[in-house]
Design a protein around this ligand. Structure first.
Ligand SMILES: *Cc1c(COP(=O)(O)O)cnc(C)c1O
Length: 354
């Protein structure tokens, strides 16, 4: 028995037949259904699964003006018996609530979201691509729906969970630029929240980096631009002289679930892991001394994406070829196996939806 009554309205004719699963563009193809809920009069209700469709919006929605909008990103895979496997969904829902609290939005019982999501993925299971890297990308989001342009926390919100079939995100290693003008996050700000506005703020610096020939940015601390923080919307890790080093998640560094998982797997495999501040200078020194073995970003969409080179002030520093990145490749394949319930010892991280 669940906690909530979900009204289910199924699509008349599935759109599955229109999809070429070998060639899906990330984030542009949406599965048949979505889960929605409304917050009003101090509580959540109107739980519904319905065909993916436009929602009514009002130009005065305060999320459109003042940015009370947060989201999550997670993935479901198929296990060997063709069951849907969710990876650490409660961690994503807990983080959604932390984001909501920071943006002064309503929170929602994670178990309600889990119930809605489980029903949703059962209904749209056929949308999980059966390709090697195929997954169902899950996008929960919440936004303010008061029709009021006074500056105040909204009293009404909409929660939506929809899904996208996806294949691999990046095909190749990325070239990144150390950003030393713009900042993604500062102490006291909202960097730890998965807030829509954080992404808006990152678009211009990323565009400038693209024009300079880079794929992504490495964000540095807002105060001195001395210490690395994240890369684009991934957490960043380096391997120097056999040690996996990453800056601590906290106020300005979003606590990625992939990050947490990769660090745990690395520790379980016996690798030495350091969570500490790491300066750009230290990385450059290591590169010059031949001790910089690897640099990679972690995130749900990408799992692990290797950095081929990084640039600071126009000077580029190269990383070893991918064939030599054995540790990060091992971490990636372990994580992918865990997500498909193929690895013993990590059952607490997954939920098999039956
Ligand atoms: C979502 C996100 C990440 C990655 O988090 P995961 O839970 O691993 O997907 C990292 N940094 C930022 C800024 C993000 O928004």
């Amino acid at each position: 028995m669940g906690k909530i009554d979900i009204q289910i309205n199924r699509i008349e004719t599935s759109r599955l037949g229109d999809v070429d699963f070998e060639n899906i563009q990330f984030g542009r193809v949406f599965s048949d259904h979505m889960f929605v809920a409304d917050y009003e009069n101090g509580k959540w209700g109107n739980f519904e699964i319905l065909p993916f469709q436009d929602l009514n919006y009002n130009p005065a929605f305060n999320s459109l003006h003042y940015g009370q909008a947060v989201f999550e990103g997670m993935k479901a895979h198929l296990d060997a018996e063709n069951n849907v496997v969710l990876f650490r969904p409660r961690d994503n829902f807990a983080r959604l609530n932390r984001s909501c609290e920071r943006l002064c939005m309503a929170t929602i019982d994670p178990e309600i979201m889990l119930e809605g999501l489980s029903e949703l993925v059962k209904i749209d299971k056929e949308w999980i691509p059966k390709t090697d890297d195929g997954a169902l990308y899950i996008r929960p989001l919440m936004f303010a729906t008061d029709q009021y342009i006074g500056v105040a926390p909204s009293e009404t919100y909409k929660l939506v969970i929809f899904t996208c079939p996806v294949n691999k995100y990046y095909d190749a290693a990325v070239k990144v630029k150390v950003e030393d003008v713009y900042s993604r996050a500062a102490a006291g700000g909202i960097g730890f929240a998965k807030a829509a506005g954080n992404y808006a703020a990152s678009l211009l610096p990323a565009k400038i980096a693209n024009e300079e020939g880079y794929d992504q940015l490495i964000w540095t601390d807002a105060k001195e631009h001395k210490f690395i923080e994240e890369s684009g919307t991934m957490n960043l890790m380096v391997i120097i002289d056999g040690k996996i080093i990453t800056p601590p998640a906290g106020e300005t560094i979003l606590s990625g679930i992939t990050r947490m998982s990769v660090l745990q797997i690395a520790r379980d495999l016996g690798y030495s892991v350091e969570e500490r501040q790491l300066s750009v200078d230290e990385i450059i020194e290591a590169q010059k001394a031949g001790l910089l073995e690897d640099m990679f970003g972690t995130g749900t969409a990408v799992t692990i994406t290797h950095v081929s080179a990084f640039g600071r002030n126009g000077t580029n520093y190269t990383l070893p070829p991918l064939s030599e990145r054995k540790v990060s490749k091992q971490l990636k394949s372990e994580l992918e196996a865990i997500k498909r319930n193929q690895k013993e010892g990590y059952e607490q991280w997954i939920i098999v939806v039956r």
